[in-house]
Design a protein around this ligand. Structure first.
Ligand code: ADP
Length: 161
């Protein structure tokens, strides 16, 4: 059985992340989505909320497991999950420039390969931070996030206004 690790902050999970995860399930038998968080940094959603949203967004995918990890190296998370490779989505050359040193370091310190999957061009503009900015100012993000995330964003920003 071949498995991959899809690590990230997922604050919150977007349709860009979901595209990569769905396509990963066509290549790997098992996909672990690792929600990584740093307890000293505050995101919009708590670690528990991010996990719950990622689980709701991937509920239709039987071979996907969502787990949460704090303050751990990705290579250690991969080992703990029994993942064979790390899988990352690439939106642009900027993503590649950012990811390449991390992939090299992870191979050096953890003897694990990173595979890159090209992102869907139609979702290349999607990032959690852009979506949070749009949602905070009342913009429509329906097409950008899975329905449970849309509901959660509305709840966050409607109650904070
Ligand atoms: P980070 O915590 O490094 O900011 P994210 O949680 O935003 O990471 O994303 C995790 C992974 O998902 C990264 O590899 C990132 O390149 C990828 N990703 C994010 N958005 C998209 C998208 N729209 N299309 C393809 N891949 C994406």
């Amino acid at each position: 059985m071949r498995s991959c690790l899809c690590p990230g902050s997922f604050d919150p999970i977007t349709n860009g992340h979901l595209d990569i995860i769905e396509r990963a399930t066509t290549i790997f038998d098992h996909v672990v989505v690792a929600v990584l968080h740093n307890p000293t940094k505050t995101g919009l959603f708590s670690a528990l909320e991010r996990v719950e949203l990622a689980r709701a967004a991937t509920a239709h995918l039987p071979h996907v497991e969502v787990r949460s990890f704090a303050n751990m190296l990705v290579v250690d998370v991969a080992k703990e999950c029994g993942a064979d490779v790390i899988l990352k989505g690439l939106r642009s050359e900027a993503d590649y420039a950012y990811e390449l040193p991390m992939a090299t370091a992870n191979r050096q310190i953890g003897q694990i390969e990173t595979l890159f999957l090209p992102g869907d061009l139609a979702r290349g503009h999607l990032s959690s931070s852009l979506i949070k900015q749009v949602a905070e100012l009342g913009g429509d993000v329906t097409e950008m996030v899975p329905p449970p995330v849309h509901t959660a964003l509305r709840a966050k920003f409607v109650t904070s206004r």
